[in-house]
Design a protein around this ligand. Structure first.
Ligand code: MTE
Ligand code: MO
Length: 379
């Protein structure tokens, strides 16, 4: 069975599916640490986890240029011998928070809560240096294709691509990572090498990387061509044309309330009548989070959260922001013993989350970034 050699997983990871293994941590734990512990980082596998021996591992880099240029082959030791570059980046699945979109109308896809995201410090070799050394020139219409060692039943590898301009940009911080939070990658997260494409949807951060190709077209994989694309709310499975939509690259601004949890009983501080709310916020494309606003009265009054974030420049701010807000509870809410908390984040382009899911609904349930709304009981 291809599933015989799956790694052991942390008991707190809640599976959305077991084969392939897909799981998220309890979101109550997610906002506790700025760097998500490796063993609690969500796992999104489309296929069985490949078994790769470090001594046998090889990465092939085909920099294009036709027959005159032989592809470069690098061993793990050679990749580790290159200058080590470290970047803090959140990785978020395109389907993060899908379950909230599903509650409007059914969609096809794993029913993720708000935990299909994690933030880590990744270390590895810079892809832009390697490509430049191979003589790759900037070209706005080219792509870089990544292939994993995980194979589908027809022996096709998991694959994805990004624009060459992102791969060549030193500020793009694309790395061939062998470390996650100062430890070797675990098998579930791509051991021994995965590509980290900061600011870009999780699907392009290919794990168990075996091949890189510079090409004049995008990856022809199912996941680049027929998945991870957005559509209008009126597009259904009879009318959808995956060939007509762009593949998701940079992710839109989003946030989530991690504590309290929906339905939780929350104690109001008797001194000041406030409750404390914590969560995360993140935007793609290196856009920094400027603000997270909370309301407990459906948007009549807003309260600005305090942010915890890395001091990285805008445009290159790839890590998430954790936030804490204090929300005043009205007499009315106290009497009714409940409040609905809404959170929305604002990024450095002043993009803001849409208020509700109705107008961003799509049949695959991706890009689910409407306000996060959590109803809690008050004590
Ligand atoms: N890479 C390979 N080789 N195979 C995969 O199934 N899943 C992708 C991406 N890279 C995938 C992959 C998707 S959709 C996501 S969201 C991220 O990996 C998840 O990364 P993680 O499991 O380390 O959290
Ligand atoms: Mo994903």
């Amino acid at each position: 069975s291809p599933w015989a050699q799956e790694p052991k997983r942390h008991a707190l990871l809640k599976p959305a599916s077991k084969r392939p293994f897909n799981a998220e941590p309890p979101i109550g734990l997610l906002a506790e640490k700025f760097y998500t512990p490796n063993e609690l980082f969500y796992v999104r596998n489309h296929l069985p986890v490949p078994v790769l021996a470090p001594e046998e591992y090889e990465l092939e880099i085909d920099a294009g240029g036709g027959e005159q240029k032989e592809p470069l082959t690098l061993t793990l030791a050679q990749i580790k011998a290159l200058p080590k570059h470290t970047v803090t980046a959140a990785i978020m699945c395109g389907g993060n928070r899908r379950s909230e979109m599903t509650s409007i109308k059914a969609v096809k896809g794993l029913s993720w809560g708000a935990g299909a995201v994690g933030n880590a410090k990744w270390s590895g070799a810079r892809l832009c240096d390697l490509l430049r050394e191979q003589g790759v020139q900037p070209n706005e219409s080219m792509h870089v294709i990544f292939e994993g060692a995980d194979l589908d039943p027809t022996s096709h590898p998991y694959g994805a691509s990004i624009p060459l301009s992102k791969a060549l940009d030193p500020r793009g911080d694309v790395i061939l990572a062998y470390e996650m939070n100062d430890n070797p990658l675990t098998r579930d997260h791509g051991y021994p090498i995965r590509v980290i494409v900061p600011g870009t949807v999780g699907a392009r951060n290919v794990k168990w990387l075996t091949r890189i190709v510079v090409a004049d077209h995008e990856s022809d994989s199912h996941w680049q061509q027929n998945d991870y694309k957005g559509f209008s709310p009126s597009t259904d499975w009879d009318t959808v044309d995956f060939g007509k939509a762009d593949a998701i690259q940079a992710m839109p601004v989003t946030s989530a309330i991690c504590t309290p949890l929906p339905g939780e009983r929350v104690k109001v501080n008797p001194q000041d009548g406030y409750i404390t709310v914590r969560g995360y916020a993140w935007s793609g494309g290196g856009r920094k989070i400027l603000r997270v606003d909370l309301t407990g009265d459906a948007g009549q009054t807003w309260h600005v959260a305090e942010l915890e974030q890395e001091d990285a420049p805008d445009g290159r701010h790839y890590g998430w922001s954790l936030w804490t807000a204090r929300l005043p509870i009205t007499k009315d809410q106290q009497e009714q013993e409940q409040v609905e908390i809404w959170a929305k984040a604002v990024d450095s382009a002043y993009n803001v989350q849409p208020e509700k899911f109705e107008h961003i609904w799509n049949l695959r349930g991706v890009l689910a970034n409407a306000y996060h709304k959590v109803k809690v009981k008050l004590a």
